[in-house]
Design a protein. Structure first.
Length: 558
């Protein structure tokens, strides 16, 4: 079997045999399209025999025969529908691979520059110059009728989301190609520095330090459509807005952030902001957290953490440690019982950081309750209920009284993501964890919190993802293979007391990925230098580096 790579998602080959399917599976092929009719020549394997072998290896098989030298519009339509919807990578085969390459070219004429299509096909070993008139006609028909009629708004790159991921990616794209036509779709007027919310809740930052007008942080060369996205039409390279308007793109970057699912906890929405119930996950609530901390002299403070994944897994602990530090320094902690009720089975997901955190759990005499998930709150009664999961898997409902309840809400991908065509079975945008390219749609990438890569969902992760996505988008626009890789880097500055931080930095699989040498900042010990980094340096790094495409201390992998 001689696989010829056309794009990272699409390969072509001459006739394959059933015994080739093991090699195809080993190379990651998820779907096979047969464009060769049975009995075209004597002795060729029948499609069903290849289909049976594909099924044995868990590969989807599609029989889509095309007569040699006679590719019809119906053939193109059928291929286009399959190409844009099935799981990749795809291997298509015929007698020589020419029909498969031709079908790909006629499909991509709706999106790619014709010269890019021809050169890409030539690199794979197929000369399509004779197809030029048909490619031109298809491009003209698509862009002049279908796209122009339905989507008057068309751009090189459309970015969904004006949070850290969306704006950082836009800035990094402009750094590489200042002539790109980029549109950000974002409904909010305000951009928030979310890592600062914990500092507001700890009485360290003022709320206004964590917000700026959206128009002031979107790069001036980037267009901004103040609107909300309702759905995607990846088959036609369109985003659908809530008012039904369609916006077309050559490449899409999805950066919608997370949904804070307050309604998943019974009674929580009605309880927030009063009766001692608060959360640093909301800009409006962080000042209330600090007022509760200042005002509590005795009683019980309960801090919760839901099942993973969540935005910044250390944030629930940071709120607790800062509160405990304040109470300790004011000689109140002896009169305050502190619970950390975590739905997970461990204090922190990277084992190397657990010992220094446990020292503070002991220092503050925190009641550590693992495998307990918040399910209901009664604010006026100041009671909360948790489902405790035993080792046997049995769940027991536990009632807890509180004087202060800091809630980290359950978190999911936004509804228009998890219910749409970009999501995997778990509801997250289905991407390669290395290139952050969509697994089905090669001209779609994702950055930030809503994609499926198993990294920590932090601003530090976005800072490393944005250059990777930007570089790979540039490659895709030019018809080249994405080649930059994301190593899963994330950082969680665990604020264990006012003035000290355990600077957790790690990548996929918990691999230690420190930015600074250990002699400067020991990642496994509380550090005053890390505190100075968090309080004084990281905010300007966010506003003046991340959001402006200045990729300080970042080198994406090849």
């Amino acid at each position: 079997m001689n696989l010829k790579k056309v794009t990272p998602r699409y390969y072509v080959s001459e006739q394959i045999n059933p015994h080739d399917l093991g090699m195809a599976a080993a190379q990651g092929i998820k779907t096979i399209i047969c464009n060769r009719p049975d009995h075209e020549t004597a002795g060729q394997p029948e499609a069903q025999s290849v289909a049976d072998a594909a099924a044995d290896h868990g590969i989807e098989f599609i029989y889509m025969p095309v007569a040699s030298g006679s590719i019809t519009d119906d053939n193109i339509s059928d291929f286009t529908n399959a190409y844009k919807t099935v799981k990749g990578p795809i291997l298509a085969y015929c007698r020589s691979g020419m029909r498969c390459t031709t079908l790909w070219a006629l499909t991509e004429a709706e999106l790619l520059d014709i010269n890019v299509i021809l050169s890409t096909a030539m690199d794979a070993g197929y000369d399509l110059k004779g197809l030029l008139p048909r490619l031109e006609a298809r491009a003209e028909e698509s862009q002049g009728i279908e796209v122009a009629a339905l989507t008057p708004d068309r751009h090189d790159v459309v970015i969904v989301g004006g949070g850290a991921g969306g704006i950082a990616t836009a800035a990094s794209l402009l750094k590489r190609d200042s002539g790109l036509d980029i549109l950000i779709i974002e409904p909010r007027d305000t951009h928030y520095y979310q890592p600062g919310f914990t500092m507001v809740g700890g009485g360290i930052f003022e709320p206004e330090q964590t917000e700026r007008e959206m128009a002031s942080v979107i790069p001036s060369a980037v267009k901004w459509k103040k609107a909300a996205v309702a759905d995607f039409e990846p088959q036609s390279n369109c985003v659908i807005l809530e008012d039904g308007t369609r916006v077309a793109y050559r490449v899409l970057v999805a950066a919608p952030g997370l949904k804070l699912d307050w309604e998943a906890v019974d009674g929580l929405v009605d309880s927030m902001g009063k009766n001692g119930v608060t959360s640093n996950y909301l800009f409006e609530m962080a000042p209330y957290t600090w007022s509760l901390v200042e005002g509590l002299e005795a009683g019980r403070g309960v801090f919760t953490q839901p099942p993973m994944p969540i935005k910044c897994a250390g944030a629930p602990q940071k709120a607790m440690y800062l509160s405990c530090d304040h109470w300790l320094k004011r000689n109140r902690l002896k009169d305050i019982e502190v619970d950390f009720r975590n739905a997970g089975p461990v204090l922190f997901g990277v084992p190397e950081y657990v010992p220094p955190l446990m020292k503070y759990v002991g220092k503050y005499n925190i009641n550590l309750c693992l495998s307990e998930n918040l399910v209901a709150v009664d604010g006026p009664a100041q009671k909360a209920w948790f489902d405790r999961t035993a080792e046997s898997g049995e769940k027991v409902r536990v009632e807890v009284e509180f004087d202060m309840l800091h809630v980290c809400p359950p978190q999911t991908a936004p509804d228009f993501i998890k219910n749409g065509p970009l999501a995997n079975e778990a509801g997250w945008i289905d991407v390669s964890q290395e290139t952050l390219q969509h697994m089905k749609f090669g001209n779609i990438f994702a950055v930030g919190d809503a994609h499926s890569a198993p990294n920590a969902k932090t601003a530090a992760a976005v800072r490393n993802q944005a250059p990777v996505v930007a570089e790979n988008v540039i490659c895709t626009l030019a018809g080249r293979d994405p080649h930059r890789k994301y190593d899963g880097y994330g950082s969680c500055p665990l604020t264990v007391e006012r003035g000290k931080i355990v600077l957790a930095e790690f990548g996929y699989g918990g691999k230690h990925l420190p930015t600074f040498p250990q002699w400067l900042i020991n990642s496994y010990e509380p550090s005053r230098i890390a505190w100075m980094l968090k309080r004084n340096l990281l905010p300007p790094v966010y506003w003046d580096f991340l959001l402006k495409g200045r990729e300080w201390l970042i080198t994406p992998m090849e």
